[in-house]
Design a protein around this ligand. Structure first.
Ligand code: C2E
Ligand code: MG
Ligand code: MG
Ligand code: MG
Length: 276
């Protein structure tokens, strides 16, 4: 330390760098303790059928409320968990929370989805774990779904397809998340064993204001219908967007306009008022 200080402005740079690294290590240590410290949980965001005027699903989203760092975005802590190996434990925690929630609302015709990153999906025992827990909770076919991004497909297409088929075989549905932003080849979509595509928020953002944006949503919906896939619009924030999306033929919406992701108990009470 004394040595670096003697180097003037160069030392200052070193110190800043040191602080950043130290903070990152501290966050990684805290993340590893997050389950033990009860700082990790899942929130649930409704997926709403605008035609039925009813909640038909929830997406389970991981939340880390760190005593030291406050609310940390999953975008930050998921990749951190992947880099440190904690992702395995985290992923299993998410699966269990999601399935326990699905079990609680079983029989009401609601499907609960959860996210798996490409790294998780490619872990040798991930799919087995999901199936084992699915059976353990005694969930009915179609009551849960796994959300994976198109980018999962790039690395090991055939292997991932195999996993999708195994999951589907048990009645665990597969959704293609952030659709339109990743792999973006329409030809492969035809043979994919998936149930739904989720139109990425970036397209929904411009659906009202941009003619081309609207055309893209319209095209995705038509293509999905042609392939017998369900479509869910992500990140819907305004009534105008809903109307526009509905005009394009998409009735399933998820976004702050309906509700942000909310804790378990709050999700149950949303169900009391928004489920038919
Ligand atoms: P995602 O799966 O595409 O989830 C949708 C994200 O959009 C969520 O952010 C959600 O809170 C946000 N969102 C929903 N509606 C609106 C809206 O109307 N406006 C805006 N501005 N945002 C909206 P979140 O929870 O921060 O998650 C970000 C990403 O982190 C997720 O994107 C997903 O890729 C990842 N993630 C979250 N939880 C998990 C998890 O348990 N496991 C894994 N592997 N990834 C997760
Ligand atoms: Mg998702
Ligand atoms: Mg998404
Ligand atoms: Mg996303």
């Amino acid at each position: 330390e004394a040595k670096s200080k003697s180097k003037g402005s160069y030392a200052l740079f070193n110190d800043d760098f040191g602080i950043t690294i130290d903070r990152q290590h501290q966050m990684e240590r805290e993340l590893k303790l997050s389950i033990h410290n009860n700082e990790l949980c899942c929130y649930f965001q409704p997926q709403y059928d605008y035609e039925k005027k009813s909640i038909v699903g929830f997406e389970s989203l991981a939340r880390w409320h760190s005593a030291k760092f406050g609310m940390v975005s999953p975008v930050t802590f998921i990749s951190m968990a992947e880099n440190t190996g904690f992702i395995k434990e985290l992923g299993r925690f998410v699966v269990d929370q999601t399935f326990a929630f699905a079990k609680t609302i079983q029989g009401r015709g609601i499907r609960v989805s959860f996210n798996a990153s490409p790294v998780e999906l490619l872990q040798a025992d991930y799919v087995n774990y999901v199936i084992e827990r699915f059976c353990y909770y005694g969930l009915t076919p179609g009551s849960v779904a796994i959300e994976v991004t198109e980018s999962s497909l790039i690395e090991s297409f055939d292997e991932v397809i195999k996993k999708f088929k195994i999951l589907s075989g048990y009645g665990i549905y597969v959704y293609l998340d952030d659709f339109g932003t990743g792999f973006s080849s329409l030809t492969y979509l035809k043979n994919l064993p998936i149930h739904s595509v989720k139109i990425d928020k970036s397209f929904i953002d411009e659906v009202v204001t941009d003619r081309v944006g609207r055309d893209i949503v319209d095209m995705i919906v038509r293509l999905a219908k042609r392939l017998n896939l369900e479509v869910i619009a992500e990140g819907v924030e305004t009534q105008a967007q809903i109307e526009c999306i509905y005009d394009c033929g998409c009735r399933m919406i998820q976004g702050y306009f309906i509700s942000p992701p909310v804790p378990w108990e709050r999700a149950l009470s949303l169900l009391d008022v928004m489920h038919k």
